[in-house]
Design a protein around this ligand. Structure first.
Ligand SMILES: Cc1cc2nc3c(=O)[nH]c(=O)nc-3n(C[C@H](O)[C@H](O)[C@H](O)COP(=O)(O)OP(=O)(O)OC[C@H]3O[C@@H](n4cnc5c(N)ncnc54)[C@H](O)[C@@H]3O)c2cc1C
Length: 447
C-alpha cells in the first residue's frame, strides 16, 4: 500500500493532524482497535485555554511549577499562545464546550491551577472533542482509516522513515509506504497493573524507536493520578475520579474521617500524601467526599462519574467513595523538537507518545489534550513543507516481511523491552508495572 502520509493511532492528536493536512493529501490512519478506543475519548476534565491576557504568566508558572521547572519553556509558550486558535478550530469542527446563558464559554479549574482556564463538556470533554474530529476525518475522501491494524515496525533506510510494517488482526503482515510517517500511539498505561488508560496502549512505538536508535527521553516521567475509584479486584482499566471535582470542592479523608492534604496540590505531591495516608491507616484506599461540590453541579457537570459510582454501588449524594492512585499519563516518550520531528528523518511523533518537554517532570491537569492538538498541527504544517520527490524515490525499496508473521509475539517482546527500559531508569512507578508469567519466572531465576 502507498500513501502520502501514514498516521499510526486514531486519538485526538492523530485526527487533528490529519485534518490539518491539505484535503488533496492521501492519508492512511491505522489503529490497533476500533477508532473510538483511544484515551482521547476518556478525557473527563477538560482542555486548558489561555483566555485572559493577564493570565499568561500565571498559566506559564502553574505549568512550570507542576513540571518541577524541568519543562521546555519554548514548548510551554507555544502551547499557551496557540490555545485560542486550537479552541477556534475545534468550534469550527462542531465541538461544543460549556457556555453560560449569554453564550460565553465557562471555565473550570483543577488541581495546581491558580485560576479557572479549563474548557469542558460535562465530564466527557475528550469524547466531545475526539468524536467530532473523527466525524470530520470520516468525511475526507482521501483519508483511509484502517481499524484493528497494528504497527509492528517502521520501514527505515539511511536514518529516514518510509512507512511501516503493519498487520490486520488475524491477517498477514504488509507494508504501508509513505512519504512521511507519524507516531500517535498514546501512552503506556497497558504496561501497569492499575492504570486509567486503555489496556492496548503499551508503548509499542517506544520499543520500535529503541530498535532503530531513535532518541527517547525521560522514560521515568510517569504520572500517577491521585484519585481513581477503588475496586477490590481490579482487572479492568481504573475509573478516573476527575481532578475537576477537587477543583470544585471535593474533599479527601483518611480512615477516621480526618482531612490529611490540600486537595489542590499538584498530582505527584498529592499522590504521595495519599499513599502515606493509606500506609498510616493500613488501608488500600482513602475516601473522597463529592458532596461539597453540590447536588446540582454533580448532576450537570459530572453525570458520567455520578452514574459510574452508582453502578459500582456508591451514592455520591449521601456517602464518600473509596479512591486510590493509579498510573495515568506518560510525560516522557519519543524525543521531538517543536515541529514534532523525531531524530529520524520523515518520522514525526505527536500526543502522549512524544516528548517535547511541555510537561517537564509532571503534567499540569488538562494540558495534555491541548498539547496533543497544538503540536499535531505544527507537525502537519512541517509535513506540508517536505519535498515529496525525495521520499518518492526511496519508498519502493523492498521490505522482507517474513519475520513479522507472529505479530502477537513481536508485541509481547516490545512490551517486555519497554518495561525493562523503564525499570532501568529506577522510576518509582516501575513498581506498578505488570508482569506476565514468563517475566515472573525470569525474575525468580535472576533473584
Ligand atoms: C481517564 C483519562 C482521563 C483524562 N482526562 C484528561 C483531561 O481531562 N484533560 C487532558 O488534557 N487530558 C486528559 N487525559 C489525557 C489525554 O486523554 C491523553 O493524553 C490524550 O488523549 C492522548 O492522545 P493521543 O492522541 O496521544 O493518544 P490516544 O488518544 O491514547 O490514542 C492512541 C492511539 O494509538 C493507537 N495505537 C497504539 N499502539 C498502536 C500500534 N502499535 N499500532 C496501531 N495503533 C496503535 C491506539 O489504538 C489509539 O488509537 C486523560 C486520560 C485518561 C486515560
Amino acid at each position: 500500500m502507498k500513501t502520502d502520509i501514514l498516521i499510526v493511532g486514531s486519538g485526538c492528536s492523530a485526527l487533528y493532524l490529519a485534518l490539518n493536512l491539505p484535503e488533496e493529501t492521501d492519508v492512511v490512519i491505522i489503529t490497533k482497535k476500533d477508532a473510538e478506543s483511544s484515551d482521547s475519548f476518556l478525557a473527563q476534565g477538560g482542555m486548558c485555554m489561555w483566555h485572559d491576557p493577564d493570565d499568561f504568566n500565571a498559566y506559564m508558572e502553574d505549568t512550570l511549577r507542576a513540571g518541577h521547572y524541568e519543562n521546555d519553556r519554548r514548548s510551554v509558550e507555544l502551547m499557551i499562545r496557540s490555545s485560542p486558535e486550537v479552541a477556534r478550530d475545534l468550534a469550527r469542527y462542531g465541538v461544543e464546550f460549556q457556555k453560560d446563558e449569554q453564550g460565553r464559554p465557562v471555565f473550570t479549574r483543577e488541581g495546581a491551577h491558580s485560576s479557572s482556564r479549563i474548557l469542558f463538556h460535562a465530564d466527557q470533554t475528550g469524547r466531545e472533542i475526539t468524536s467530532k474530529l473523527l466525524a470530520q476525518v470520516r468525511k475526507r475522501s482521501r483519508v483511509r482509516l484502517l481499524e484493528y491494524t497494528t504497527m509492528l515496525d517502521l520501514l527505515c533506510r539511511d536514518d529516514r522513515c518510509f512507512g511501516a510494517v503493519v498487520q490486520k488482526d488475524g491477517g498477514e503482515p504488509y507494508a504501508i509506504r509513505a512519504n512521511a510517517t507519524v507516531l500517535a500511539t498514546g501512552g503506556i498505561g497497558g504496561l501497569f497493573r492499575h492504570s486509567t488508560n486503555y489496556r492496548h496502549l503499551t508503548g509499542d512505538a517506544l520499543a520500535i524507536a529503541m530498535k532503530h536508535g531513535i532518541a527517547l527521553e525521560h522514560l521515568d516521567y510517569i504520572q500517577v493520578h491521585p484519585t481513581t475509584l477503588y475496586v477490590k479486584d481490579a482487572r479492568e482499566r481504573s475509573f478516573l475520579i476527575s481532578e475537576s471535582l477537587r477543583g470544585e470542592g471535593a474533599r479527601l479523608y483518611g480512615k477516621n474521617g480526618e482531612p490529611f492534604a490540600d486537595e489542590l496540590l499538584p498530582r505527584d505531591v498529592l499522590t504521595e500524601k495519599i499513599l502515606e495516608q493509606m500506609e498510616k491507616d493500613g488501608e488500600d484506599h482513602v475516601w473522597e467526599d463529592l458532596r461539597p461540590v453540590g447536588r446540582e453541579a454533580l448532576r450537570s457537570h459530572f453525570p458520567n462519574i455520578v452514574e459510574h459510582c452508582r453502578k459500582m454501588g456508591y451514592d455520591v449524594f449521601s456517602q464518600c467513595i473509596p479512591v486510590v492512585p493509579a498510573q495515568h499519563y506518560f510525560m516522557g516518550g519519543i524525543k521531538v523538537d517543536h515541529e514534532s520531528r523525531t531524530t529520524m528523518g520523515r518520522l514525526y511523533a505527536v500526543g502522549e507518545t512524544a516528548c517535547n518537554g511541555v510537561h517537564g517532570r509532571n503534567r499540569l491537569a488538562s494540558n495534555s489534550l491541548l498539547e496533543s492538538l497544538v503540536f499535531a498541527k505544527r507537525a502537519a504544517q512541517d509535513i506540508c513543507g517536505l519535498k515529496k520527490d525525495e521520499g518518492e524515490a526511496q519508498r519502493t525499496f523492498p521490505a522482507d516481511l517474513s519475520a513479522y508473521r507472529d505479530g502477537g509475539r513481536i508485541l509481547q517482546d516490545y512490551r517486555r523491552q519497554v518495561k525493562d527500559a523503564i525499570r532501568r531508569t529506577g522510576a518509582e512507578a516501575a513498581d506498578g508495572l505488570c508482569e506476565d508469567a514468563a517475566e515472573q519466572e525470569r525474575r525468580r531465576e535472576y533473584v
